[in-house]
Structures are given as structure tokens and as C-alpha cells.
Design a protein around this ligand. Structure first.
Ligand code: GLC
Length: 539
């Protein structure tokens, strides 16, 4: 396999060469000591973000919300929740980020609102009202519920409204009623929301659950558990839901959203989509008129973390990309177990090296640059509404670890953080890692800086090199005749490989342990377990 981009490094759109950094605002930095992170906190830490060498931040929702799903239940799309600050704080953040050359992406939540949003309050008030059809209302079925659809958070996806005698659909929490995307007024209203923020200079959106927006109009029952044609990793949420997933007509909405973004210069749309790769790539749209980057969660859902499985994944994904489409990669987010815990501390740097050297835009999750673990929060004290399914996401959302003092520098010693700080903060924190030239943080910065220095790592082609060792993944990134080789050992043993088919040797640009440097020979090259090397090939 060899995949090459079609443009030169100078003319690539910013989001193709960028590193995106996801901030979960509740957990990044608390600027007013109430135990919850906020915009002021982020403003105060912009220098940290700049020094990370990332190019864009995506903020999980900051809009007014009753917080039933921590902001993914929006009660006012154009207002900032007072917990996070106000519009003035947001403008300061936007201007401050832009002054540092950092773009700002907001989280657009179009599938559902909060039940406290005025649209839903009106919709619920009477069967005849003009906003009734903005949401999905159904009469009771013979056995009560309109059909067997289940909420992603557990239990039926329907809630009865006693006053009007109908059920409304909520694919998530009952406080998150689904909007009716077949109603043109709903579409128009959501596109207005997009314009509202784009007019203010926001650089784009991450779009929440984009593949779920349309529902089957016949409201037929979904197949029961065990009746799915999908298996394993394709069944991301554990259940096959043809009634709401990737319905015909969804591409028309995706194209409409793109047209809104195209009314402005240099904006980007990134969509949250959990689908098998052949269906995922359709969201690039016909002739790339869909979203710019349908999130590729392949590395998150991969059942085995091995060199072979990763190579197969990358090849299948690259092969499925439509002509000219730009790839992207993710290791984690606020919904998923943290990478450090998933692959183990020893192999987590190799995972970061992979993310930051594969072809395509990487999205990094706050704290992963430090090697923050997935925190062990007992189910009895879980705050996440998804706990009903037994899979709380709180462990991925604990406060950012800034230093070893009380509150971990996330909040003051006297306030209680909204989720407990992970005990690892005593050793895994920004302050400690700032002073250690071999820290995870130093390693992360080295990689982001390398990406800026070397076009091979951004716009360059990618091709795999056969390492003849099942644990060792090796690929070349190439640009205008100059080549960078990446070698990663995902196994438990030291591996010795011969990569002389590439060259006789090269210069180490970055090693996972931050100690190995200098020239390296590609014949009989030893790589420790969990080790990775980025090598400049000098012919
Ligand atoms: C997305 C978000 C998740 C949220 C859900 C409902 O999957 O990432 O956090 O709970 O949508 O909005």
C-alpha cells in the first residue's frame, strides 16, 4: 500500500496538517474555584496549549444546560452556561487562541436538546402547537411503548408525557428529547445556530452523533439482541439499531451542513460517527461535499492492540477513503476508556507515536499527553447517566493534573473538584513533567514539533515496510523524495528487525523513551517492548 496526497504542503487546508486537542471544559482548569472547570481556566492555560504544539482546540459543550449529560443536553444553543462563564469570557478565549494561531472548534449537538429548551417546552405544551412536530411524538403502542427502541443510556428510548398522552423519543437520557430532522424548520433553526457561532469567528464544529439524526419513519422494531448482522467492533454500542443509524437521507443533511460551513472561509466540520468503515467514509459526501472529517474511531474500537491488527486497520481505512478524502485518527475521547489504561503504561507512548505519525489529522484528548490513566471511579458514586448500562464514562473525565498539590492545580485546595482527581496526580502532572526532558509531555511536544518541521509527517505519503516480525509495525512517510521511517514494537519482548530494504541506516528524530538518539543501523536493529522510533532516512 502506498497512499499519497494530491496537493503540496503549502496549499493543504489548515485542518489537514493540524493536531486537534480536545478539551473537556468541566475538567481542564477551574478559574473561579467552584470545583468545575470553565472558560477562564482555559484562557489562563492557553500558553500550555500553545506549547503543546497543537493547532486547534475542540471544546465539549459549553452552552446553557441543566447538565443531565454534562452539557450534551443543551437548553440554549447561543448562550454560555454560567458554570463555564459568559459570552465575554468566550470571546476572550477565542481572541486569545487566535492570537496564538490556535483555532477553536465548538461542539454542535443537533440530534437532541435538553427537555428544558424552550423548543421542547413549547412542543410538549400541546398536541396542536406549532413546535409539536419539532420533536418525535408517538401514540402508545398496543403494549404501551410505541416500539422496542432502546436508549443508549439503558432502558426504553420513549418517555410518556402524561398531559398530552403521547411518548417522545430520546435516544439518550429522558432529559434529551430527539429533534425531528425531517422537519425543515428544525434544520433551518440548527443551521442558524451554526451561523451564529461561525459569524463570531468560531473555526468549525465537532458534530455530536451525526449518524443518528434521521429515524426510520415506519418506527419498525429494531432486531432483538443477538439478531444483528454486525459483530464485534462494528457493534460499537453493543446493539444494532437500524431504526436510527445511518438512515437513507442523512447525506442530504450532511451536505446542507457543509454548505453552511462553506459560506465562510477555512472552517471545518468533524462528525462523530460510529460505523463500519465502508459506511463511515460515505460521510465525506459525494465529491467530498459532506463533512471534512468523519471521525475515524478505528484505533478506539480495535479489539486487539497488535502490530498486525493496526496494520490491517490502517490499510483497510486508507483503501476505503474516497479519492482526495483526508484521513483522521483518534485514540480516545470523553466517552472512551483512556488509552494509557487500555494499552498499558508501557505501550502508551508507542500509541501516541502512532497517532502523531500516521497519515491524517490526529485528535488528542486532554491529559493523554501526560499519560493520565483511566480513573477508577466506583459505580456507586458515578455521576455519568450512562451508568445505567454499567459503563460509566467518569473515569475518562477526571480533572487535568497540573501539579502535585491539593486539587492538582485544577482547582484550589479548598474546593472539591466535581469528579475526584485521580491519585496518580502526585507523580503524573504537568509541573513534574515540565522539568523532566524525558517525560510523556516532553515526548508529546517533540512529536508535535516534528510534525511542524517535517512535511513528510503531515502531507507525506504512507507505505508499510515489512518488518518480518509480528510485533513490529513499520511504515515510511515520504515527501518530495525525503523519507521518515517509523518503527513501533507493540509486543512484550525485545524484537530484532532488519529494515535494510529501506536503507542502511538513519538518524533518530524521536524515541519513545527520549533517550535513544543519534545514528541507527537498520540491519539487526533491536527495539524494546513498547518502544518506538522515528528515523530520518539519509540515503
Ligand atoms: C455523544 C457524546 C456523548 C453524549 C452523547 C449524547 O456520543 O460524545 O458524550 O453523551 O453523544 O449527546
Amino acid at each position: 500500500m502506498r497512499v499519497t496526497a494530491e496537493h503540496d504542503s503549502g496549499s493543504a487546508p489548515w485542518w489537514q496538517t493540524a493536531v486537534v486537542y480536545q478539551i473537556y471544559p468541566r475538567s481542564f482548569a477551574d478559574g473561579n474555584d467552584d470545583g468545575v472547570g470553565d472558560l477562564r481556566g482555559i484562557v489562563d492555560r492557553l500558553e500550555y496549549v500553545e506549547r503543546l504544539g497543537v493547532d486547534a482546540i475542540w471544546l465539549s459543550p459549553i452552552f446553557r444546560s441543566p447538565m443531565a449529560d454534562f452539557g450534551y443536553d443543551v437548553a440554549d444553543y447561543e448562550g454560555i452556561d454560567p458554570l463555564f462563564g459568559d459570552l465575554t469570557d468566550f470571546e476572550e478565549l477565542l481572541a486569545g487562541a487566535h492570537a496564538k494561531g490556535i483555532r477553536v472548534l465548538l461542539d454542535l449537538v443537533p440530534n437532541h436538546t435538553s427537555d428544558e429548551h424552550p423548543w421542547f417546552v413549547e412542543s410538549k405544551s400541546s398536541r396542536e402547537g406549532p413546535k409539536r412536530d419539532w420533536y418525535i411524538w408517538r401514540d402508545p403502542g398496543p403494549d404501551g411503548l410505541p416500539n422496542n427502541w432502546e436508549s443508549f443510556f439503558g432502558g426504553p428510548a420513549w418517555e410518556l408525557d402524561e398531559t398530552t398522552g403521547q411518548y417522545y423519543l430520546h435516544l439518550f437520557h429522558r432529559k434529551q428529547p430527539d429533534l425531528n430532522w425531517r422537519n425543515p424548520q428544525v434544520r433551518a433553526a440548527m443551521y442558524e445556530v451554526m451561523r451564529y457561532w461561525l459569524d463570531r469567528g468560531v473555526d468549525g464544529f465537532r458534530i455530536d452523533v451525526l449518524w443518528l439524526l434521521l429515524k426510520d419513519e415506519t418506527f419498525a422494531d429494531d432486531p432483538g439482541p443477538g439478531q444483528s448482522p454486525l459483530t464485534g467492533p462494528e457493534l460499537v454500542y453493543g446493539r444494532f439499531r437500524p431504526g436510527c443509524e445511518d438512515r437513507p437521507g442523512i447525506q442530504e443533511i450532511v451536505a446542507e451542513m457543509r454548505r453552511v460551513a462553506d459560506g465562510y472561509d477555512e472552517r471545518v466540520l468533524i462528525g462523530e460517527i460510529y460505523l463500519p468503515v465502508d459506511r463511515l467514509v460515505r460521510y465525506y459526501g459525494k465529491e467530498l461535499t459532506g463533512i471534512h472529517l468523519p471521525f475515524n474511531f478505528g484505533l478506539v474500537t480495535l479489539p486487539t492492540w497488535s502490530a498486525t491488527a493496526i496494520r490491517d486497520l490502517v490499510e483497510a481505512y486508507e483503501a476505503a477513503l474516497p479519492a482526495g478524502a483526508w484521513p483522521n485518527w483518534v485514540l480516545g475521547n470523553h466517552d472512551q476508556p483512556r488509552i494509557t489504561t487500555r494499552v498499558g503504561q508501557e505501550r502508551s507512548r508507542a500509541a501516541q507515536m502512532l497517532l502523531l505519525t500516521l497519515r491524517g489529522t490526529p485528535t488528542c484528548y486532554y491529559g493523554d499527553e501526560l499519560g493520565m490513566p483511566h480513573s477508577d471511579i466506583p459505580d456507586e458514586v458515578a455521576l455519568d447517566p450512562q451508568i445505567e448500562t454499567g459503563r460509566s464514562r467518569d473515569g475518562a473525565r477526571t480533572p487535568m493534573q497540573w501539579y502535585a498539590g491539593a486539587g492538582a492545580g485544577f482547582t484550589s485546595a479548598s474546593s472539591t473538584p466535581w469528579l475526584p482527581v485521580d491519585p496518580s496526580y502526585a507523580t503524573i502532572n504537568v509541573a513534574a513533567q515540565e522539568t523532566d526532558p524525558r517525560s510523556s509531555l516532553a515526548f508529546f511536544r517533540r512529536l508535535t514539533h516534528l510534525r511542524r518541521e517535517r512535511a513528510e509527517l503531515t502531507v507525506g505519503s504512507i507505505s508499510f515496510v515489512d518488518s518480518h516480525h509480528e510485533d513490529v509495525l513499520s511504515y515510511l512517510r515520504e515527501w518530495e523524495g525525503s523519507r521518515i521511517l517509523v518503527v513501533l514494537n507493540f509486543g512484550e519482548q525485545t524484537a530484532t528487525v532488519d529494515l535494510t530494504e529501506v536503507s542502511t541506516g538513519g538518524l533518530i528524530l524521536c524515541a519513545t523513551d527520549m533517550t535513544r538518539e543519534g545514528l541507527v543501523e537498520l540491519a539487526g536493529m533491536a527495539i524494546q517492548p513498547g518502544q518506538g522510533l522515528v528515523i530520518d532516512i539519509r540515503d
